[in-house]
Design a binder for this molecule. Sequence first.
Ligand SMILES: Cc1cc2nc3c(=O)[nH]c(=O)nc-3n(C[C@H](O)[C@H](O)[C@H](O)COP(=O)(O)O)c2cc1C
Ligand SMILES: [Mn+2]
Length: 443
Amino acid sequence: MTIHDLRTFIVAARAAGEVNEIHQSVSPVHELGNVLKACERIDKAAYFHKVEGSEFPVVGGLLSSQRWVGRALECPSEEVGDRMAMATERPIKPELQKSAAVSQECVIEKPDLTKLPIPTHSPLDAGAFITAGVVISRDHETGQHNLSYNRMQIYGPDRSGISMNIWRHMKAFYDRGEKTGRNLPFCVAIGPDPTLMIAAACRYDGDEYEIAGALRGAPIPVVRAQTCDVMVPAFAEFIIEGEVIAGERHLEGPMAEFTGHYSARDEKHVARITRITHRKQPIFQTMNGGGYEHVYIGNTITREPLLARFIRHMTKKLRAVHLPPYAAGFTAIISLDDPAPGEVRNVAIAAMAAHVNIKSVIVVGKDVDIYDPADVMWALSTRVRWHEDLLPIPGAHGNELDPTSDEHGVQCKVIIDATLPAASTKSPIKVAYPPIDLARYIK
Ligand SMILES: Cc1cc2nc3c(=O)[nH]c(=O)nc-3n(C[C@H](O)[C@H](O)[C@H](O)COP(=O)(O)O)c2cc1C
Ligand SMILES: [Mn+2]
């Protein structure tokens, strides 16, 4: 089966038994977010068939681990890193589709965001937020498209906030126009081909539709939006068209951030919605703020390939790297095959250079499963001589949203060597029971 949109992706996930079907009606205010979180804890997506106040179903939790991205890209989980690394090297341009687009089957000329099942996800979120929409904007000097995530707090039927932090490509497009009072047109694709959701998290200077194309191995079909000169995916559940209004700001937030803490309430940009189009019987897609899916897409999938590349530059002994979503993307866990004396520190320094957000680097031996938090905690508990295996690096630049950073983003980083030295007089063998198929024993 070829995945090319949200529906084919859901079919594949259902076939693998990975979707919890929620038939009971849920409130979009807190209840939906709570259920989605409970599903995340057991590593499942959730499909909400009935959401109070709306006629549309909602799906969430579809891209929260390497296994899910492997499913989206139709490759084994272990190949995800290589596929991501290749995407920027062999981009594939989008293709203008001549025929009518599925994403524009139904047209709402007088848009009303309050008719959509947009959840208020976590307990202290300031209101309903669109969190899983892929925002498409365009550099009118080059014609290139940018894909990004910009959460949108709902203020009214055709009004929302749009969060564009500093150094974002979309903000640069907006800033250029705002000087002369020009609004920035943009569109939001909800429920597109999952490759667009991955491409939207990438930092790439070219057209980000080309990254999605590379991940899919085929051009992404696009059509022109109805109220602005922006190309939108031909396959998506909803397309919301609008413009960021020049000179306007509104208090936005708080909302659950990727660090697992709430964002501050701040003045943010404001958008006017000009049209909504959708597929017949559309499915709304969402993401919990601060959930594994949020962190995984934003901080893990796009950064692990670079982390591996930096470490391979330093050693041939790399087994695997992981930036686990449960650690906000701030902790790199690295496993090495029998490192030579001193090698662990060199590798950890290389890892620190791969991304400014990396705050803690934990290096373990080849017998530790870096995808199992319990195994990593075991290595920390039994294999670290704290007086010599811990190297704090004070006064380094990290992520500004980390609560331990000062107002300039300066914080203390740390390297932890949780390998046992090969020459150690005490190099006991790890107790490991071989896996079995439990279903054969429990009836
Ligand atoms: C789920 C998710 C939500 C995000 N929300 C926002 C947001 O609200 N505002 C923002 O500026 N960046 C947000 N980001 C980060 C940007 O979307 C991301 O860094 C993207 O690569 C920026 O695009 P650019 O690098 O092309 O400018 C989010 C990322 C993810 C994965
Ligand atoms: Mn970009």
